[in-house]
Design a protein around this ligand. Structure first.
Ligand code: ZN
Length: 440
């Protein structure tokens, strides 16, 4: 009888365990089912790019690393472009711009662009944006935030299938056929001609997620979220004002509200993407927010007064003049992209800053001075600590890099001949790297 009781207990335990396991499975299944993707087809382009009325000669060429990647023909993503209305030379220039992006961002998923070359409104060089935006349950996706289709597919490592709106196109780009374009790929447009490659490069950035088409104001109340679902776009997560208040913080800014209108037109917006700030020498980059709201420009571009023509980051200015070429996405725009969830072709911007490969120290052995060359470049402030083999701090210095170059010369000659450890810390990001070095 006793034995039977034990058996019965065990049986009950087994049943209880089974129920528990099944309940667990059920909960898991429910969690799986609970993610219902929200999607929105976009009817307004993120960008309407206007021709600036100034004419200068200025070329921003690709940085050498990007140039070498392009020459090596070893792209990190695949773009498929469906062309409509293009001449062969316009198509070749478009493809060249797409190749720059293919060597700048990484995705396992093909990125499909529907490209049209047709008349647009007077003064408009081009328009573009994602075809649609989607929430995602990818591990790295922020819940309940709209991602541009190409980025959602990158994060999910899969195509959005079925696409609620049909088709496989991720990005729509329209270029105006009304302009005197330069179709060369050498970033040397003659005076009076608009550089086609630069404009395509700019527009594809919007299609990949730079900006949002939902920001709007009627002159009294402004909004940034998609109105039907009340959901922000991933780009919105980083936008704040000069007081450091996130535009998504409803304690300050209801959506829609007069307060948001004031922010959208106040000339005081910034992108708080940590990698972008890092790539900007520790300075938070400013977002275009002129006093008169411009539907295709405001909020979705860099501020034109702080990022002048010729700046390495000038691709995403709100307008472009003739004679100007920008053939590099620019580090602060790539910083925004990486913080939004894109991977950067050639490696993360964050770990590339300081690691064993990105720092060269010499001479080794040293006598009077140590030269530190940071591959990341820039003019950030760094703390330099020198430790002996017993871990004692023998030198501490704070220096500002000069285009990535740091020279340490104080008090080195008096050090004993021995092995030391030198630690280099970026004062802004806190990233550091330690290397061995010998005093001769
Ligand atoms: Zn634009």
């Amino acid at each position: 009888m006793k034995k039977n009781t034990l058996t019965m207990k065990n049986f009950i335990r087994a049943i209880a365990c089974l129920v528990f396991v099944l309940a667990g499975m059920n909960t898991f299944a429910q969690e799986e089912i609970e993610f219902v993707r929200k999607s929105k087809i976009l009817t307004t382009p993120t960008c309407t790019l206007y021709a600036a009325d100034f004419h200068v000669h200025n070329s921003v060429f690709q940085n050498p690393e990007l140039r070498n990647k392009m020459l090596a023909n070893n792209a990190c993503s695949t773009f498929i472009v469906n062309y409509s209305g293009f001449t062969p030379e316009a198509e070749a220039a478009f493809q060249y711009a797409v190749d720059i992006w293919a060597n700048s961002i990484e995705s396992s998923q093909p990125i499909t662009i529907s490209a049209s070359f047709q008349p647009l409104a007077p003064g408009v060089l081009g328009q573009a944006g994602p075809v649609s935006v989607h929430t995602s349950n990818a591990p790295d996706a922020v819940p309940n935030v709209f991602y541009p289709k190409a980025l959602a597919e990158k994060l999910e490592d899969a195509q959005i299938n079925p696409d609620p709106f049909g088709g496989s196109v991720d990005i729509t780009v329209t270029l105006s056929s009304n302009f005197n374009f330069y179709f060369g790929t050498d970033a040397m447009p003659p005076g009076g001609q608009f550089d086609f490659v630069s404009i395509v490069l700019h527009e594809v950035a919007h299609g990949l997620g730079f900006g949002t088409s939902f920001r709007n104001t009627n002159g009294i109340t402004g909004s940034i979220r998609e109105p039907n679902n009340n959901i922000p776009t991933v780009y919105d997560l980083f936008i704040e004002n000069g007081a450091g208040q996130s535009l998504l913080d409803t304690n300050f800014f209801a959506d829609p509200s007069t307060a948001l209108h004031v922010q959208l037109t106040g000339g005081d917006l910034f992108n708080n993407s940590p990698l972008s700030i890092n790539q900007n020498g520790g300075v938070i980059p400013e977002v275009y927010a002129p006093p008169t709201f411009q539907g295709g420009s405001s909020y979705a571009h860099w501020d034109s007064s702080t990022i002048p023509v010729g700046n390495i980051n000038s691709l995403m200015r709100p307008s472009v003049g003739s004679g100007i070429a920008i053939h590099d996405p620019g580090p602060i725009t790539l910083g925004v992209f990486e913080d939004m969830g894109w991977s950067i072709c050639g490696g993360s911007l964050s770990i590339e800053e300081l690691n064993a490969e990105s720092v060269e120290i010499g001479p080794n052995p040293f006598m009077f001075a140590i030269s530190i060359k940071l591959k990341v470049g820039g003019n950030d402030d760094y703390t330099i600590d020198l430790f002996d083999v017993d871990g004692r701090l023998v030198l501490n210095d704070t220096v500002t890099a000069d285009d990535g170059l740091i020279i340490i010369s104080s008090d080195l000659y008096s050090l004993e001949s021995a092995m030391y450890f030198i630690r280099i810390t970026n004062k802004f990001s806190g990233n550091s790297v330690t290397k061995k070095i010998i005093k001769g």
